[in-house]
Ligand binder design. Structure first.
Ligand code: SF4
Length: 196
């Protein structure tokens, strides 16, 4: 069976430590032929570790004909009734894709019981140790920012990040309760929210 040729965008925590690390364990199925990262030291590291081509800009990939679309890979796994479905990020953001699942058809529960829209979004709507899940879900899908189906990734939206992510300082314990984030680019002190 010929291996599926893949490119990985980004060589940070997710791109290198999760995607490249896991795909490297499946060398009989996948071949990482390129990575993209704007940081030169990450590109050098990827070239040494993976031995693939590196690019600073994803647009440079467009000239390569050998890279099989991640979207096609996800479609194949879903169509062929694989043991589990696969969704590529490209599928969430594509014009004909499924959009963002967070607070639409999924939530994410941390190991501490916090309920977030997804594992990338460090905003919590409550904790199952303090409130029923149904109540927390209702709070999430009633929130003006999280009700309705968004057709692109919130965490990749500059507008969303300005409103809800940029106010998070390094010393905050994540996820942060949504009540502390009024959506105007500020964060309220814990005490102020607790007193309400
Ligand atoms: S915010 Fe982005 S990463 Fe999270 S579920 Fe939506 S599309 Fe996926």
């Amino acid at each position: 069976m010929s291996r599926i040729k893949l490119a990985i965008l980004g060589q940070g925590r997710s791109g290198r430590d999760i995607h490249a690390a896991n795909l490297s364990l499946l060398k009989d199925l996948y071949e990482i032929v390129a990575v993209v990262d704007p940081l030169p030291d990450r590109r050098e590291r990827a070239a040494a570790e993976i031995g693939c081509a590196t690019y600073a800009d994803y647009r440079e990939l467009l000239g390569r004909k050998d890279i099989e679309a991640v979207r096609a890979l996800a479609d194949k796994y879903n169509r062929d009734s694989a043991p589990f479905g696969v969704t590529a990020q490209a599928q969430a953001n594509a014009p004909d894709g499924g959009g963002c699942f967070g607070s639409f058809s999924q939530f994410y529960m941390t190991c501490y019981g916090d309920i977030d829209p997804c594992d990338f979004n460090p905003v919590s709507f409550g904790n199952v140790r303090n409130a029923p899940l149904a109540e927390i879900w209702k709070k999430m899908v009633s929130h003006p920012e999280f009700c309705g189906h968004r057709m692109s990734c919130r965490m990749q939206s500059q507008r969303y990040r300005r409103m809800y992510i940029d106010p998070l300082t390094d010393d905050e314990v994540l996820p942060v309760l949504i009540d502390r984030l009024p959506g105007d680019g500020t964060i309220l002190p814990k005490e102020e929210v607790a007193a309400k």
